[in-house]
Design a protein around this ligand. Structure first.
Ligand SMILES: Nc1ncnc2c1ncn2[C@@H]1O[C@H](COP(=O)(O)OP(=O)(O)OP(=O)(O)O)[C@@H](O)[C@H]1O
Ligand SMILES: [Mg+2]
Length: 424
């Protein structure tokens, strides 16, 4: 009753004066919740930074027993940026190692954000950093996820309004004291591959993801992907090819289209579209097919001509731009190199490829149209890199422009030399 009264005044005035044992205390926006340890009110969170300050910093972390020396904000670990990392058993300097299960990642979102769209990224954080628990919240909803071997599962959720009554349940899961008492360390030791953060990041990047892209058609993208895949495979590396072009030329070239009649089309129901449109099903392992166009064989995630009309459907799914990152993460120990063939376009599939890849090869026949097109590619990459920055991913690394279909006749050669001279 007293709290409601107090809170009403506070909500209206953003400050309140209270008598405590004959002492007058002035509370303002900054210290109100902290000092009073008052229940959390989700209506106080109108943007992401208020979710961070009012829910996480002022309410959750103290309630869960994390003292200021045991949590850190804006933590950068390799290419990953965490909003909060709270340690149950570690203090500065911290190391993500076999003890990292004893820490909790907390991610705050704007109250209007749908948390479902942020689950893939949390999964990526927990699985690649080997952190056992992650809390995801937009102030209106609070979720706690637990890491499995390659995935995460929801273990708790409640609305922002319920949090005061559910705080004990959350404490049991991720409270500092309880986490310390749990014998999770032993359970998780088996799943720890590397024993420090630099090694974890190295593991994470040991699989190279290369997109082959130019927005101009017919410059040799598919030919580059298929031949490069065969050449790398012959050197003993494990190669995965992903066809992200609705023309499905790579799928044809790698011999996966074995039917003459649509009736026997076995690719229609399991191809790259399914990988991109399902969060929980159609893993790469499930959809990839063995192609023996080269020896040893290569795994290929096929495309289907239906991709062209499925683009609108995928566009409507918030996570479709990011899901490939997570699905590739699941197979990072299965492959050394992933080659992605892309469409001659600036469409969603090209975006997905360039968001997921670490490296880029731009094939070009060095003809005028292809050269002019390079400006479009440059602008496109710029916008992709801006998006990658938002998801805290490093910019894509350009391996280079690969000259393809170069004619040996004198005129073409002279044109090429002229172009090279003009462009430094
Ligand atoms: N180095 C090369 N020498 C001769 N012909 C080539 C070479 N590379 C590709 N080609 C031919 O050029 C044509 C286009 O190549 P490819 O299909 O690889 O281009 P693409 O960029 O993937 O096209 P699209 O943009 O339509 O997907 C094909 O007929 C291919 O056989
Ligand atoms: Mg092609």
């Amino acid at each position: 009753m007293f709290y409601n009264y107090l809170n009403n005044i506070y909500t209206k005035t953003k400050s309140v004066i209270v008598w405590h044992n004959q002492t007058c205390v002035f509370y303002n926006e900054l210290n109100f919740l902290e000092v009073n340890n008052l229940p959390f009110d989700p209506d106080l969170c109108r943007n992401e930074s208020e979710v961070e300050s009012k829910l996480i910093v002022q309410y959750l972390l103290p309630q869960l027993g994390y003292t200021p020396d045991t949590w850190h904000q804006e933590v950068a670990l390799g290419s990953i940026r965490l909003d909060f990392l709270a340690f149950a058993a570690q203090a500065l300097p911290f190391v993500i190692d076999a003890n990292s299960p004893l820490s909790v990642v907390m991610e705050a979102k704007h109250p209007k954000q749908n948390l479902n769209n942020h689950v893939p990224r949390l999964r990526h954080y927990l699985t690649s950093l080997n952190v056992q628990y992650g809390l995801l919240t937009n102030g209106k909803e609070i979720r706690v996820y637990q890491k499995l071997l390659y995935d995460i599962q929801l273990v708790f959720s409640c609305s922002g309004k319920e949090i005061n009554t559910k705080i004990e349940e959350i404490k049991k899961l991720i409270g500092r004291e309880n986490l310390n008492n749990k014998d999770i360390l032993n359970n998780f030791k088996a799943s720890v591959i590397s024993n420090n953060i630099s090694m974890t990041i190295k593991e994470q990047h040991s699989m190279k993801i290369i997109a082959v892209y130019h927005n101009k058609g017919g410059v040799g993208k598919t030919t580059t992907v298929v031949n490069l895949a065969a050449a790398i495979r012959k050197r003993g590396k494990r190669v995965l090819v992903i066809d992200l072009d609705s023309q499905a030329n790579t799928t044809f070239a790698t011999g996966l289209v074995k039917f003459d009649d649509e009736e026997f089309d076995d690719i229609k129901d399991s191809n790259i579209f399914h990988v991109l449109s399902s969060e929980d099903f159609y893993s790469i392992a499930e959809v990839a097919r063995k192609s023996n166009f080269s020896n040893p064989e290569i795994n290929v995630v096929p495309a289907h001509i239906d991709l062209i009309r499925q683009e609108t459907e995928l566009n409507a799914l918030e996570y479709s731009r990011l899901i490939l990152i997570d699905k590739l993460e699941e197979v990072k120990n299965e492959y050394d190199v992933v080659l992605i063939d892309t469409p001659p376009s600036l469409n969603l599939y090209a975006k997905i490829a360039l968001i997921a890849a670490d490296y880029l090869i731009i094939p070009s026949d060095l003809k005028p149209f292809a050269n002019q097109g390079l400006t479009n590619v440059k602008d496109f990459i710029k916008s992709i890199n801006a998006f990658r920055k938002q998801i805290r991913k490093a910019p894509i690394e350009l391996i280079g422009v690969l000259a393809c279909k170069i004619s040996t006749n004198a005129i073409a050669f002279l044109n090429l030399v002229k172009y090279s001279n003009n462009n430094g």
